[in-house]
Design a protein around this ligand. Structure first.
Ligand SMILES: Cc1cc2nc3c(=O)[nH]c(=O)nc-3n(C[C@H](O)[C@H](O)[C@H](O)COP(=O)(O)OP(=O)(O)OC[C@H]3O[C@@H](n4cnc5c(N)ncnc54)[C@H](O)[C@@H]3O)c2cc1C
Length: 463
């Protein structure tokens, strides 16, 4: 049992009459503390986050979202917005307030003629892949199929196609948005162009996106998978990986990292994804990666793109405790690789990973002010990602991530990937927006002057 109830921002209970009026207006479910569905509805991917909302509205459509926004605004209730529930900092949830949950809004419609895909705001990458692959298309997203398209896209979005087609936000043509005043707006290059600019990289600050229109690319099959090397060869493999990436074609995105096998053995892993049309060319392109050291296992093969975009799902299963720190490192010098190798020795949980990701390509050729996504010229992102199950380990695991990140600071730039930020990184949030922050604050003032949408990577409205 819980004594949580829905309260306004001053802590006053919201009346039952008001809640009943909302319940009568919506098509989706209003889940409250004490309801059988409450605990599962407030659970997100990262179980380190344990919040108790006053109510959760599982929206069935845009009209439910509008009803929720108007209800929360008129009763001065704190809101959070849930898409795929994958934000590691738990920004889908709030305490005592209202969670506007879009996870039931996961429709996807592929328009073959225009090579576009309309996606509702609660869909996951897997939802989109399933429909697009049917028609031989793909949209650039991330690497784990259960991640929400909304949070990922609004924060930029990097994944297996980032080098070829740029971040996800560069591939959004239009969005339907419910803004803080309850209005339903269409944001594209012609209509509400400032909102369109801000939403593409500005996070969940400007409204609730009920649908995205993405550009889709003809792509069914990729050449990808896992190359597994001994952990003792980590330094050699990572140096070889860095040298390889300097000349790698943009059809090839490759991540590398230190992980453990399912039976707990520490290894070094290299994960390539070739998205070019010619698979023989892909084999030739990938060949040097197979020789970075003597592999323990080679599992690179042609596969449907949805299989590639779920190949790491098992390593990030959800229901575990997680805390992330990340740092961009320019050029990845040998000394930085030494830090990666050394810090890898301190990973005590076999579920943890230390990943090195390179995004340079199509996105980096565009200007940082083209849309709100500012982290275009940043080279290697190093992610320190402890993952564990025992709450007694919380302090030690978080301390490892922070310590490893500190050790990387001599090589780190002052850039941050918005999507990877934990909940306690306020300063990094501001830095992540880079030179776009002043314009974002102006647009925030125009569309959300009272900071109604505050449980996110928050941008304060300009004064
Ligand atoms: C296992 C794992 C793998 C990941 N892999 C990648 C990756 O490959 N590439 C990458 O770029 N990122 C990746 N991420 C980070 C991820 O993109 C962000 O955490 C993102 O916020 C998740 O989106 P979501 O919809 O699942 O989040 P949620 O937790 O549901 O929401 C997070 C925030 O997004 C906003 N939001 C969500 N839905 C909407 C909406 N419809 N309208 C407006 N705002 C909304 C809100 O501000 C909310 O606070 C990964 C995260 C995890 C846990």
């Amino acid at each position: 049992m819980t004594d949580t109830i829905l309260r306004d921002r001053s802590g006053n209970p919201v009346t039952e009459d008001a809640i009943a009026a909302l319940a009568g207006e919506i098509r989706g479910a209003l889940i409250r503390p004490g309801d059988a569905a409450y605990d599962s509805a407030r659970r997100i991917w990262n179980t380190l986050i344990d919040r108790h909302p006053g109510a959760i509205l599982k929206c069935r459509g845009t009209a439910d979202v509008v009803a929720a926004v108007n209800f929360a605004r008129s009763h001065d209730i704190l809101v959070s917005v849930r898409g795929g529930g994958h934000n590691v900092g738990g920004r889908a949830l709030c305490d005592d307030g209202l969670v506007i949950d879009l996870s039931a809004m996961c429709g996807v419609h592929v328009d073959v003629a225009t090579e576009t895909v309309r996606v509702q705001g609660g869909a996951t990458l897997g939802d989109v892949d399933r429909e697009t692959n049917l028609h031989g298309f793909a949209v650039p997203f991330g690497v784990i199929s259960k991640t929400g398209v909304a949070g990922l896209t609004l924060g930029g979005g990097v994944g297996w196609l980032v080098r070829k087609y740029g971040p996800s936000c560069d591939n959004v043509l239009e969005m339907e948005v419910v803004t803080a005043d309850g209005a339903v707006r269409t944001a594209n290059a012609e209509r509400h162009a400032d909102l369109y600019w801000a939403l593409r990289g500005g996070g969940g600050n400007f409204g609730i996106v009920t649908s995205f229109l993405y550009r889709a690319y003809p792509l069914s099959t990729v050449l990808g998978g896992l190359l597994v090397f001994p952990r003792e060869d980590a330094g050699t493999v990572l140096r070889g990986y860095r040298d390889f990436m300097e000349a790698a074609p943009e059809d090839l995105t490759v991540y590398a990292g230190l992980v453990c096998t399912p039976d707990g053995a520490p290894v070094t892993v290299v994960v390539p994804c070739w998205s070019g049309a010619d698979m023989e060319e892909g084999e030739r392109a990938i060949a040097p990666l197979r020789r970075l050291a003597t592999p323990l296992m080679e599992a690179v093969q042609q596969m449907p793109f949805p299989a590639m975009q779920s190949i790491l799902d098992g390593a990030f299963p959800g229901g575990t405790r997680n805390y992330w720190k990340s740092a961009f490192v320019k050029g990845l010098p040998d000394a930085a690789i030494d830090v990666v190798v050394e810090q890898g020795k301190g990973m005590t949980s076999p579920l943890s990973s230390l990943l090195v990701e390179y995004y340079g390509g199509a996105g980096s050729r565009r200007d940082s002010a083209e849309n709100a996504f500012a982290q275009r010229h940043t080279d290697y992102n190093i992610g320190f990602m402890p993952q564990w199950t025992d709450p007694a380990e919380d302090a030690a695991q978080i301390a490892w991530a922070k310590g490893a990140w500190e050790a990387m600071q001599p090589f780190a730039t002052d850039h941050f990937l918005l999507n990877y930020l934990a909940e306690d990184e306020e300063e990094a949030v501001r830095t992540a927006f880079g030179s776009n922050l002043p314009r974002l604050r102006e647009i925030k003032r125009k569309y959300d002057p009272a900071n109604f949408f505050s449980i996110n990577q928050n941008i304060r409205p300009a004064a």
